[in-house]
Design a protein around this ligand. Structure first.
Ligand code: URA
Length: 436
């Protein structure tokens, strides 16, 4: 088999066989096929597309390019959750302990944030001493014993995707449905869970700006997951404005703790309940969505979900004190209100601009080795549909460095659009797709 022939076949609109896909993924992972040939193939895929069979074969080849975690030694159904990313998306922090408190095992691998989106690992590191750099043995033992563990993504998890994603990033071949779906799902399959609940975001702060594209991506990933023998469900949810009110690592942890007390913002609570219900049903703990919701609400009401967070933080070396007293989380030296410069209904809040504000304050990474300031960020006071008067706070800026705050302040005002007409309330949950 020759890479040249595979490139030409795809360039001419042909369908690649599983053997051809495995050949190029294995050869590329081993360093035997050069970047320039794989770049050419990615561009051919970008223009010619891949059908469902090719996409599944690509996903499996990438998943099998490194270690496949075997979680079968842990009793019960292990459920994973993945979000395609957004601004203020702290869902895993609240959802994982809620679901674990209801008896579904959470074995999750997470990444760090890059650019204007945050990562679960960074947020968790707001708890002093907490580490996701745990061994595989600890990960497995912890899931078995307390029902929850989150570890950092290891280098041998889908290494083909790591190389391919870096190459796509610099060759304008990221935004192809088959390539995105196979990239995400290869990592999920390699991470070993029996069931996968996907939160596919749509809107200005998401990868998929339109509902149509988000639905297509969700369908593709559900098909791949179920085709690979994992019970996979996707919730398509809104990211046209930040989720909840807090944006920034420790601020988001604080909001997640509030949610575990039943005091989180309405949209955030609703998303946790929707995703959590799917996880309890997929994990075999609830027979339907209503029973699952009742169980989750009880876990919150009784304090079991909050206790589970504390148990999880302690198990991974962190100080759980902040779970009960969030003032112990990293705090910025300055908090400043950002006042409305006019009057009217909030018609739009551009997620990407809010994400950039947090980045400018030092809360995100420009490159993968940047240090981040866990304390900084924003807490939004006004969301889409709220009426504000001139001089009323739209948000609070939490900062440590006045020069960075000046840049973020100006950027902030680009995010908000006020107008005289009340906009329609945006729907939070657009669609739920399961294997049927
Ligand atoms: N996230 C991934 O992991 N891969 C993509 O291709 C896009 C988003």
């Amino acid at each position: 088999m020759r890479m040249y022939d595979i490139i030409m076949k795809k360039r001419n609109g042909g369908k690649l066989s599983s053997e051809e896909i495995q050949f190029f993924i294995q050869g590329y992972t081993r360093g035997e096929i050069p970047d320039y040939q794989v770049s050419a193939l990615m561009m051919a895929v970008y223009f010619q597309g891949m059908d469902q069979e090719e996409t599944l074969a690509l996903t499996l080849a990438m998943a099998q390019s490194g270690d496949m975690l075997d979680l079968s030694g842990i009793r019960g159904v292990k459920v994973d959750k993945h979000s395609t990313g957004g601004v203020g998306d702290k869902t895993s922090l609240a959802l994982a302990p809620m679901v674990a408190a209801c008896g579904v095992k959470i074995a999750k691998m997470s990444g760090r944030g890059l650019g204007h989106t945050g990562g679960t690992i960074d947020k968790l590191e707001s708890f002093a001493g907490f580490s996701t750099g745990i061994s595989r043995t600890q990960f497995m033992t912890q899931v078995e014993e307390i029902g929850i563990s989150i570890m950092g993504q290891t280098a041998d998890l889908a290494p083909a995707d790591k190389k391919l994603y870096a190459l796509r990033d610099v060759t304008a071949t990221v935004d192809n449905m088959s390539l995105i779906a196979s990239s995400i799902m290869s990592k999920k399959l390699a991470a070993g869970a029996d069931a996968i609940v996907l939160d596919v975001k749509t809107g200005s702060g998401a990868f998929m700006k339109t509902l149509e594209d988000a639905l297509a991506l969700a369908r593709e990933m559900v098909r791949i997951g179920n085709g690979a023998g994992r019970h996979t469900v996707a919730v398509v949810s809104d990211m046209d404005q930040p989720l909840g009110r807090a944006v920034g690592n420790a601020l988001e942890v604080k909001e997640a703790i509030a949610a575990l007390r039943g005091e989180g913002p309405k949209d955030f609570m609703e998303l946790c309940m929707t995703l959590g219900s799917q996880m309890l049903v997929a994990g075999g703990r609830a027979r339907d969505g209503q029973q699952a919701r009742d169980m989750l609400e009880e876990a919150v009401r009784s304090g079991a979900a909050l206790e589970k967070l504390a148990e999880f933080i302690r198990a991974q070396g962190g100080d759980p004190g902040a779970v009960y007293d969030p003032s112990l989380l990293p705090r910025a030296s300055h908090v400043e209100p950002l006042l409305a410069r006019g009057e009217g209904y909030v018609r739009e809040i551009r997620c990407d601009e809010i994400g950039v504000c947090s980045l400018l304050l030092g809360g995100g990474r420009e490159t993968k080795d940047s240090e981040i300031d866990l304390a900084v960020g924003l807490v939004l006071e006004a969301k889409v549909g709220d009426y504000v008067k001139e001089g009323q706070p739209l948000a609070y800026l939490h900062y440590n460095d006045p020069a960075k705050a000046a840049a973020a302040r100006e950027r902030f005002y680009r995010a908000y659009t006020l107008g005289g007409e009340k906009p329609q309330s945006p729907a939070l949950i657009h669609r739920i797709l399961d294997r049927e």
